[in-house]
Write a protein that binds this ligand. Structure first.
Ligand code: ADP
Ligand code: MG
Length: 251
């Protein structure tokens, strides 16, 4: 347990996290804490280190120093797969869906293996999978698109499908990198609604630039600048912060 910090029941505790690329500290002694059932948004100028923070949490990039605790479990020494197993799902900026498979098939292949309570009873597993696919498809507004190949979906629908592919694994922490980039206004509104609905029993960590969208979803905002926390708090407090206006919102 870190000295001087009273550990309450944070889902995620990032402390003193640093990564240096050839001497350049993209993330520099960063600390922040995410609660259970919280939607946290990370904002900040390009190059602030936002994507790198997600890369560090999901194990794609190894930290130079510092710690990332998820439910008290240290993640910095784990492999990417073990971090997924621990309950963290991460969506990248460009969707990684299978274009020539249907929506149903994309969701089905994302269903976690070896987690079935039905053991060897394949029939029961199949119906459990089908039921879960339907449930998730409905959540991500694709219930009437199940038989469609993914390449025929709109850009926004592809983003939703990928969120669905993560949701079907029932992660405790879902991380999304700029999920509404390129979406229409109505798709953005629906995505905000989606995120507000799925946080029961989980937390979401989102990177976003669209301030209207951020206002619609953020419980708390962390402003990142040069790999460090510049400000943190409610959207109102962050918006009113002169330092934040100077380095980010004023542009
Ligand atoms: P953001 O997502 O906030 O725009 P990034 O996290 O992508 O910023 O990048 C932060 C800084 O770290 C940038 O200057 C970027 O060029 C650098 N960077 C990110 N990943 C690497 C890497 N693998 N190797 C070297 N430099 C990197
Ligand atoms: Mg980025």
């Amino acid at each position: 347990m870190p000295i001087g910090h009273l550990q309450k029941d944070f889902l995620l505790a990032v402390e003193g996290l640093t990564v240096s690329f050839d001497g350049f500290k993209a993330v520099n002694n960063l600390s922040f804490y995410v609660d259970e059932n919280e939607i946290r948004v990370i904002i900040g100028p390009n190059g602030a280190g936002k994507t790198t923070v997600l890369d560090l949490i999901c194990g794609k990039t190894k930290a130079s120093s510092g710690s990332i605790q998820f439910r008290g479990k240290e993640l910095t020494k784990l492999k990417e797969n073990d971090i997924v197993q621990a309950g963290i799902g991460r969506k990248f900026q460009t969707p990684s869906i299978y274009d020539d498979l249907t929506v149903f098939e994309n969701l089905e292949i994302s269903y976690p293996r070896g987690r079935s309570v039905f053991g060897a009873l394949t029939f029961n597993r199949d119906s459990a999978v089908r039921e879960r696919v339907q449930e998730v498809a409905e959540m991500v507004f694709l219930k009437d698109r199940l038989g469609m190949t993914a390449d025929l979906l709109s850009h926004g629908q592809k983003q939703w499908l990928e969120i669905g592919m993560l949701l079907i694994q029932d992660p405790d922490l879902l991380m999304l990198d700029e999920p509404v980039a390129g979406m229409s206004v109505s798709e953005r509104v629906k995505t905000a609604e989606l995120l507000n609905r799925i946080i029961k029993g989980r937390s979401v960590l989102v990177i976003e630039h669209d301030m209207k969208f951020v206002e619609d979803i953020a419980h708390k905002v962390t402003v990142l600048h040069q790999g460090q926390v510049l400000a943190e708090g409610s959207m109102e407090s962050v918006k009113a912060n002169p330092k934040v206006v100077e380095v980010y919102l004023g542009h």
